[in-house]
Ligand binder design. Structure first.
Ligand code: NAP
Length: 268
C-alpha cells in the first residue's frame, strides 16, 4: 500500500486526487495540506472530496504531511510547489508535480533537485494526452515544412496560466520534430497588420471560459487539406488517476526527472 500525501487538497485537482487515492486498492491517503490561513485547514479530506469522511484532516504544515507519506503529489501554485520540493528533498521523499506555470529559474531548480530525488513532472497526466504527444510528433515529421502548425487550447475560467503547460509541451514536441528552436518559433499573439505568416512559426491560441476541463488541438494546415489532432478531457479524474499511477510508479525509482512518457512506458 503506497501512502500518498496531497498538497493543495482543497483545490479542484486536490479533491479529485483524494477520491482517486481512496478508490485505488494500492494507495492510501496519508496526509493532505493547504496553505496557512486556508479556511479548509481542519476539514476532513474525504468530506471535501464528497466521498465521505476519511479521517484525514487538512493541515497547514507540509513537513508533517511529507514525513507521514511515501510520496507527495502537488497540484498547487508554483511558489508552493518550490517550497514543497525543498522539503521533499530534505526528507528524501519522491514527489509528483502537476502544477503548471513554473518559470525557467524554478524549472532549473527542479532539475537540480532531480539529481538527488526521484521526481515526476508532467503538464498533463492523462493517458490520452500522452499518446497525443506521440501522435503530433509523428504527424509533424510526416507533413514536414509544407504545413503550417498551430496549437489551440481551451480551459475553464479559473485557470491562471496561459498557454497551458500541455500546449507548451505540444509546441516543444512540434518544434523538436521540425528541427526548430522552440523559443524562436513560438508566436503567442497576433494583432494588427502583422504581415504574412512566417512558415517557421508555431502559433498558440488560448480560449478561457466556463467549466471547460481541458481541450488541446494541434492543427496542420496545408494547401487543399487540413489535419487536426484533438484531445478533450471531460473529467479531472483522468488527470488524478494518471497522477496516482505516477506516484505508485515513482516509489522505489532512482533519482531523476521523469514524465508520464516514462510512467506509461511510451518513451522510445
Ligand atoms: P485550484 O483549484 O486553484 O487548486 C490549487 C489549490 O492549492 C488551492 O486549494 C489553493 O488554495 C492551494 N494552495 C495554494 N497555496 C498552497 C500551499 N502553499 N500549500 C498547499 N496548498 C496551497 O487549481 P487546480 O485546478 O486544482 O490546479 C492546480 C494546478 O494543477 C494548476 O497549476 C493547474 O494548471 C495544474 N493542473 C495540472 C494538471 C496535470 O495533469 N498536470 C491537470 C489539471 C490541473 P487557495 O485556493 O486558497 O489559494
Amino acid at each position: 500500500m503506497v501512502k500518498i500525501g496531497i498538497s493543495g487538497a482543497a483545490g479542484r485537482m486536490g479533491r479529485t486526487l483524494v477520491a482517486a487515492i481512496a478508490h485505488n486498492p494500492h494507495t492510501r491517503l496519508a496526509a493532505a495540506t493547504e496553505h496557512q490561513g486556508s479556511r479548509w485547514v481542519g476539514a476532513d479530506a474525504g468530506d471535501l472530496a464528497g466521498i465521505g469522511t476519511l479521517g484525514v484532516s487538512l493541515v497547514d504544515e507540509p513537513e508533517t504531511a511529507i514525513a507521514s507519506s511515501d510520496v507527495l503529489v502537488d497540484f498547487t501554485v508554483p511558489e508552493a510547489t518550490m517550497v514543497n520540493l525543498a522539503l521533499c528533498r530534505a526528507a528524501g521523499k519522491p514527489t509528483v508535480i502537476g502544477t503548471t506555470g513554473l518559470d525557467q529559474a524554478q524549472r532549473r531548480e527542479l532539475s537540480r533537485t532531480a539529481e538527488v530525488l526521484p521526481i515526476v513532472l508532467a503538464p498533463n497526466f492523462s493517458v490520452g494526452v500522452n499518446l497525443t504527444f506521440r501522435l503530433i510528433e509523428l504527424a509533424a515529421r510526416a507533413l514536414g515544412e509544407d504545413f503550417d502548425i498551430e496549437v489551440i487550447e481551451a480551459h475553464h475560467r479559473h485557470k491562471i496560466d496561459a498557454p497551458s503547460g500541455t500546449a507548451l509541451r505540444m509546441g516543444e514536441i512540434l518544434a523538436a520534430a521540425l528541427d526548430r528552436d522552440f523559443d524562436t518559433a513560438a508566436v503567442y499573439s497576433r494583432k494588427g497588420c502583422i504581415g504574412e505568416r512566417d512558415k517557421k512559426t508555431i502559433g498558440f491560441a488560448t480560449v478561457r471560459g466556463g467549466d471547460i476541463v481541458g481541450e488541446h488541438t494541434a492543427l496542420y494546415a496545408g494547401l487543399g487539406e487540413r489535419l487536426e489532432i484533438t484531445h478533450r478531457a471531460s473529467s479531472r479524474m483522468t488527470f488524478a488517476n494518471g497522477a496516482v499511477r505516477a506516484a505508485v510508479w515513482l516509489v522505489g525509482q532512482t533519482a531523476g526527472l521523469y514524465d508520464m512518457q516514462d510512467v506509461l512506458g511510451l518513451r522510445s
